[in-house]
Ligand binder design. Sequence first.
Ligand code: GRF
Length: 237
Amino acid sequence: MSRDRKKIAILISGRGSNMSALIEAAREPDHPATVVGVISDRAEAPGIERATAVGVPAETVARADYADRAAHEGALEAALARLDADIVCLAGYMRMLSPEFVARWAGRLINIHPSLLPLFRGLDTHRRCLEAGMRIHGASVHFVTDEMDGGPIVAQVAVPVLAGDDEAALAARVLRAEHRLYPFALRLVAEGRVRLEGGRAVADGWADAEQHSQLFSPSPDTAFHQTDIEALARFTP
Ligand code: GRF
């Protein structure tokens, strides 16, 4: 492990598929981060077993074991100190952190949310996206502030909403995208290429805009488009 690799702690409450994606990506020799530990607030979170199965230490710091939020967060801080964590990634961590905790970790605390923020903060994002008739959905990684799902955005991925999608199909497509987005966003933060400055996420210059792909939904490459082209051709003198 190169000496300047950032040490990452991941906080989970459940399944841990994003956690697994981060662990796997951070094992790549050129990744600027390494996952040093996983902390769950629920002893029964399946992510704990997933982490230990791949050799990453995982422990539970359960809210129920502490008198109040301050005591619980004190224990969380102690666990993070033992891990000597530089950056904390929330990956399906279902608990609001106090303004004091968030302030201590400002710029070093990120979260993944399954929507294109600021749309659809909170729960049930896929259902709400379908109800709104969106053609494009996605996921965001953002710096955590004391506003739920409200912090400055590090990176986002867009996915199409397809005809016939139900909540499960859309959720699965977004989750696959999350698994690519989160390791990428972590890389940007660990390398300091996206930083929290003055309450905003400041990014070093992106690649040439021409290199960015565009997501159309529905795609113009469909039969719709052919019909349009044929219709247009009829009007060409
Ligand atoms: C993900 O959809 C993430 O965006 C949200 O909670 C879910 C966690 O899933 N914050 P997993 O535990 O990473 O599988």
